[in-house]
Each structure stands twice: as structure tokens, then as C-alpha cells.
Design a binder for this molecule. Structure first.
Ligand SMILES: Cc1cc2nc3c(=O)[nH]c(=O)nc-3n(C[C@H](O)[C@H](O)[C@H](O)COP(=O)(O)OP(=O)(O)OC[C@H]3O[C@@H](n4cnc5c(N)ncnc54)[C@H](O)[C@@H]3O)c2cc1C
Length: 270
């Protein structure tokens, strides 16, 4: 049946009370996908919710599945499980239920993995700038784990914005990549320094690294549509701000119909 729970949660890692990494094994095996794509996860309204989420009215049809899209973080080259990086929306319908999951629980996953936020249409040799807020980092983690061309001449800048440093998921992995590969740069930034006064790094929004010359210095040139592919993923306000800046500098959006060097994945509408 189309709505039957068809996958098992194999592992849950709570980064903190608002962020988790969850692994899921579909009963029919991991379908093939391209790094950067997303799957749809679902749970019925009757599934338990974490008690620290906002209370909600009982769902009218408790057996109806609540379904949402989630970018995959696992490598497209391994077929054991699919991994997701999920933020709790306290007032949300699905995430308070995802946060109540433990290993062994059942979940629904859509059969199709889709999306065009991938490296497939990037120009070989281009430098790549990955910009994310929050769990918008997810598709990049999959790309970097899936046979990414680290050895090539091109440079890769990974910019991750979060509220506080303990919201910077996958930091250890990204620091490891930047330490190992001379052409990879990891630039984390937080915007709520008052909650995290000991944070020794940059403070502000992701655009800081463009405004203060860091990106230009690392690339050796200003980002330009002829030499650079830029990916934006996450919060719609960040995307709006970065898109306006980059379109003003000559970048064009990559769409189904038109080749561009600005790739965008918005997680929710403004
Ligand atoms: C292509 C795609 C990929 C996505 N990948 C991920 C992912 O990898 N990880 C992830 O955590 N989420 C991802 N999302 C968002 C996800 O689909 C859900 O919207 C989110 O988990 C909230 O679901 P909910 O049912 O709990 O909240 P809902 O009841 O659907 O309420 C959502 C509302 O909460 C607000 N909101 C606040 N913070 C967020 C947030 N972080 N995400 C969404 N809405 C927010 C918005 O106003 C939004 O309208 C993705 C969305 C899209 C479209």
C-alpha cells in the first residue's frame, strides 16, 4: 500500500535538542540517487511527538501521513542507508514526530528521490562556493561524500551559517576535509554571539565572507559567473539576500530551461 510505513530507522544522533542526524533503511533497499537530491519522509499523525515541541490540536485523521522533503546527506555511492540532517520546527507538523524516533522505529519514505540541486550541471574547472544556513548544509555533505573532485585544480569554499556554534552540524567532518585538501575551505559563522560568547570565529550572516574579501582572497579572484558556480541552500531570507547580490554581479539562476551558475534550493517559502 502506498502509505504503509516502508522503512526502518537504523540510527539517530541528536546533535542537540533542535538538530538531529537520522539514518533510514528502506525495505526495498536504497534507491539510486544523485548527491544533492531529496527524499520525502512521512509519519502518521498518531506517531508520538517530543514533549518539548509546541502542543498541537489532535490531527483530524491520525492515520494520515504527514510528508515533507529532506535532502540526503549520505553518499550516493553507498547503498546501506539514507542519512538526513533535520532541524526541529517546534510548531511543525512532522519534525516533532521525527525527533521522537529511536532506532528500530518505522517510517515512510517516498520511492522517488528527486531534485536538480546537484553538481551534474556545473562547469568542469569552476571553483565552487557552497553556501548554507542550518540544515541547508545537507545536500553539500552528500556531494562531498560522493566522489567529489577534491584533487582537481578548482577550489571549494563551504560557508555554513547557524545561530550558535553547537548548531554547526558536521563541523568535524568539514574541518577534516579542509585540513586534508589544500583547495577546500570551511567557513563557519554564527549570528547569536550573545548566546555563545566564547565562540572564537566569525560573527554575522553568511554574506560577511563575501563583503570582507575572504572569498575573493581564498579563490584568488572575485566570484564571477565565468569561473565560479555558487550553491545556496536553506533559509529563504538568506537565499533572497545572496541571490540579489549575485544576480547583480552577473550570475544567472540555473533552471530546468536555462543553464546558469547559480544553483538554489529553498527549504520553505518566506
Ligand atoms: C527540497 C527540500 C529539502 C529539504 N531538506 C531539509 C533538510 O535536509 N533538513 C530539514 O530540516 N528540513 C528540510 N526541508 C524542510 C522540510 O521539508 C520541512 O519543511 C521542515 O522539516 C518542517 O516540517 P514540519 O512539518 O515540522 O513543519 P511545518 O508544519 O511544515 O511548518 C513549516 C513552517 O515552519 C517554518 N520553519 C522554521 N524553520 C524551518 C525549517 N528549518 N525548515 C522548514 N520550515 C521552517 C516555516 O515558516 C515553514 O513554513 C526541506 C525542504 C525542501 C523543500
Amino acid at each position: 500500500m502506498a502509505n504503509e510505513l516502508n522503512a526502518t530507522v537504523s540510527r539517530v544522533d541528536l546533535i542537540n535538542h533542535g538538530l538531529m542526524v537520522v539514518r533510514v533503511i528502506p525495505d526495498e533497499g536504497v534507491p539510486s540517487f544523485a548527491a544533492g537530491q531529496y527524499a520525502v519522509l512521512g509519519l502518521p499523525g498518531s506517531a508520538p511527538r517530543v514533549d518539548y515541541a509546541e502542543p498541537e490540536a489532535p490531527p483530524p485523521d491520525p492515520e494520515k501521513l504527514i510528508k515533507r522533503a529532506y535532502s540526503i546527506t549520505s553518499s550516493s555511492q553507498q547503498g546501506e542507508y539514507l542519512e538526513f540532517y533535520v532541524a526541529l520546527v517546534h510548531s511543525g507538523a512532522l519534525t516533532p514526530r521525527i525527533f521522537a524516533l529511536v532506532a528500530g522505529d518505522r517510517i515512510w519514505i517516498g520511492k522517488k528521490i528527486v531534485g536538480m540541486f546537484t553538481l551534474a550541471d556545473t562547469t568542469p574547472g569552476h571553483d565552487i562556493i557552497f553556501v548554507a544556513t542550518g540544515t541547508g548544509l545537507a545536500p553539500y555533505i552528500s556531494m562531498l561524500r560522493s566522489g567529489y573532485r577534491f584533487e582537481d585544480e578548482h577550489k571549494t569554499v563551504i560557508i555554513h551559517g547557524a545561530r550558535i556554534s553547537w548548531d554547526l552540524g558536521y563541523m568535524r567532518e568539514l574541518v577534516g576535509l579542509a585540513t586534508r585538501w589544500p583547495n577546500v575551505y570551511y567557513l563557519p559563522i554564527i549570528d547569536q554571539i550573545e548566546r555563545d560568547p566564547d565562540w572564537p570565529g566569525q560573527v554575522g550572516f553568511v554574506n560577511v565572507f563575501f563583503e570582507d574579501g575572504t572569498v575573493e582572497r581564498l579563490l584568488g579572484h572575485s566570484p564571477s559567473p565565468t569561473r565560479t558556480s555558487v550553491f545556496l541552500c536553506g533559509n529563504p531570507l538568506m537565499i533572497q539576500m545572496m541571490e540579489a547580490k549575485l544576480l547583480g554581479e552577473g550570475f544567472r539562476l540555473h533552471t530546468r530551461k536555462e543553464q546558469g551558475t547559480l544553483f538554489v534550493e529553498k527549504y520553505w517559502a518566506d
